[in-house]
Design a protein around this ligand. Structure first.
Ligand code: ADP
Ligand code: GLC
Length: 486
């Protein structure tokens, strides 16, 4: 009998995505299936999720604590896949415009505790097969704060699946007040420091950290960083207490989506042996942003959420200091209004050098990966980071702060690493504008030596293989261990 795994997530590409969690939840369950696991995905029935599935049909109606009106469970399939995807169709909570967590104007939905509380309760009903599908999960794999109540609720069951909880980002703790706690129908003793309470609020994330059989995070370096005060936000004590059940498993990449040899979102495709398509992508990118169509000028790209974590403020500080060099920079992202304005201002001030687009644009994200020469990721912390891994495959050398998954995937172009042929990008530390500045200077100097840049660094970067296979094997080993511990 194949192992049955219910993968619980609040977003999954291509049904709903705000960041890397969507990429992971959209590809890891498929990689598990490729290795013989009966993995199934459960998501809230956002309008985009309903629209993206084929053969969607109601399989059950249920009433759980927190239901408002009818809650239905739908089942459908992704195009090109045989994986069952369950949607929790609670229209009162999920049939809304805007993002999975936020109003179209950007603020968090005020009832997120109730929304993801309900989602967790329904996921438990599905995992325990109380919906009569003759499919009971052996393992429930939950992800980030939105699903933290799943292991907590399962801990109340007499017999339950093994639980694995993955931290994609410890900074988002799912904090809610006492009033919200009272609406969720949880046992009273959950409001205490050994359970969900965190400094007089409730943390959904703690539900995952306290109650899961095993904890994972998305890179080995981040797995130990979060056990220190600098990255643990007050949860380092709990994480150290659970250290024997905490492992780092690096994310994989779906190379059917993120590989310039097959990427259908690009104007031209290319590979390490024929880079003419990359030159065409660069031209298209420059044209998109009204920059001079110069094939030789180094082009720096950046894509990402404009929040403190990602260090966009460092980019804004450094670019004007580098203008004596010949370069162009293109930036795509959205997030904090102040940072968006600062970056927009830069583009207004230096229109021939710096271009900025505020918003979420998947096609442009691919074009920036392909058309740029260097990719900036000065994240203050980065649990894994996918964009730098994509950049490697696109031959766009990443410039990264040495932290988390960035430290685990990028090898700095020091003289020694160039000579032994392992260098694939540039690292700097600490996360300051001075250190970022110095690393961009190093990269620009190296770019001026095309034989090293192309034949050593780009070739090495493009041949790196972060496909899911290896990471999926590690998850399967962990599931087995979790089942053994039950
Ligand atoms: P995080 O999950 O912290 O945002 P990752 O590097 O793991 O960071 O993943 C980010 C993902 O979201 C990538 O697939 C990236 O291309 C995508 N992304 C982020 N911002 C945008 C944007 N403004 N437009 C399109 N895609 C974006
Ligand atoms: C989070 C992290 C990012 C990681 C992604 C997928 O959003 O910020 O580093 O790559 O999750 O695990």
């Amino acid at each position: 009998m194949p192992m049955k795994v219910l993968f619980v997530a609040s977003e999954a590409h291509p049904l709903a995505k705000t960041g890397g969690l969507g990429d992971v939840a959209g590809s890891l369950p498929l990689a598990l299936r490729a290795q013989g696991v009966d993995a199934r995905l459960i998501l809230p029935a956002y309008p985009s999720a309903k629209a993206g599935l084929l053969g969607l049909a109601e399989i059950a109606r249920i009433g759980v604590h927190g239901s408002v009106g009818t809650t239905r469970i739908l089942e459908g399939r992704l195009p090109d896949s045989d994986m069952p995807v369950y949607l929790v169709d609670a229209p009162h909570y999920f049939n809304r415009p805007g993002g999975p967590y936020s109003h179209p104007q950007g603020y968090d939905w005020p009832d997120n505790a109730q929304r993801f509380g309900l989602f967790a309760r329904v996921a438990v009903e599905v995992a325990q097969d109380r919906i009569g599908q003759d499919w009971r999960a052996d393992v429930v794999h939950a992800n980030d704060w939105q699903t933290g109540l799943v292991p907590a609720l399962l801990s109340l069951e007499a017999s339950r699946p093994a639980t694995v909880f993955t931290v994609h980002n410890l900074a988002y703790m799912g904090l809610f007040g006492w009033e919200a706690f009272q609406t969720l129908g949880l046992p009273d003793d959950f409001w205490s420091v050994d359970h969900l309470e965190f400094w007089a609020t409730m943390s959904f994330l703690k539900g995952g950290l306290v109650y899961s059989d095993w904890l994972t995070t998305v890179s080995p370096t981040y797995a130990w960083e979060i056990r220190t005060p600098a990255f643990g936000y007050g949860l380092e004590g709990l994480l150290n207490h659970r250290a024997d059940r905490l492992v780092g498993i690096l994310n994989g990449v779906d190379y059917a989506v993120w590989d310039p040899a097959v990427d259908t979102l690009l104007p031209a495709r290319y590979s390490a042996d024929d880079l003419s398509g990359k030159a065409e992508c660069k031209r298209a990118l420059q044209r998109h942003f009204n920059l001079a169509e110069n094939p030789d000028v180094p082009l720096l790209g950046s894509v990402g959420r404009m929040v403190e974590q990602k260090g966009g403020d460092l980019i804004a500080e450094v670019l004007p200091q580098l203008l004596h060099h010949d370069f162009q920079a293109v930036i795509l992202g959205s997030g904090e209004p102040g940072l968006q304005d600062t970056l927009r201002q830069l583009a207004v001030q230096y229109p021939s050098r710096i271009a900025v687009q505020i918003g979420y644009d998947e096609r442009l994200a691919h074009l920036i990966e392909a058309g740029s020469d260097m990719f900036l990721m000065p994240s203050r912390f980065e649990p894994c980071g996918l964009n730098q891994i994509y950049s490697l495959r696109y031959g766009t050398l990443p410039i990264v702060h040495r932290t988390g998954g960035l430290a685990d995937t990028v090898v700095d172009a020091s003289r020694a690493r160039i000579n032994d042929g392992t260098a694939n990008g540039f690292q700097f530390s600490p996360a300051t504008s001075t250190a970022l500045h110095a690393s961009i200077e190093r990269a620009l100097a190296m770019y001026a030596q095309p034989e090293v840049w192309r034949e050593t660094l780009m070739r090495r970067a493009m041949s790196a293989d972060f496909s899911w296979e290896h990471s999926a094997e590690q998850y399967i080993d962990l599931y087995r261990q979790a089942l053994g511990n039950l």
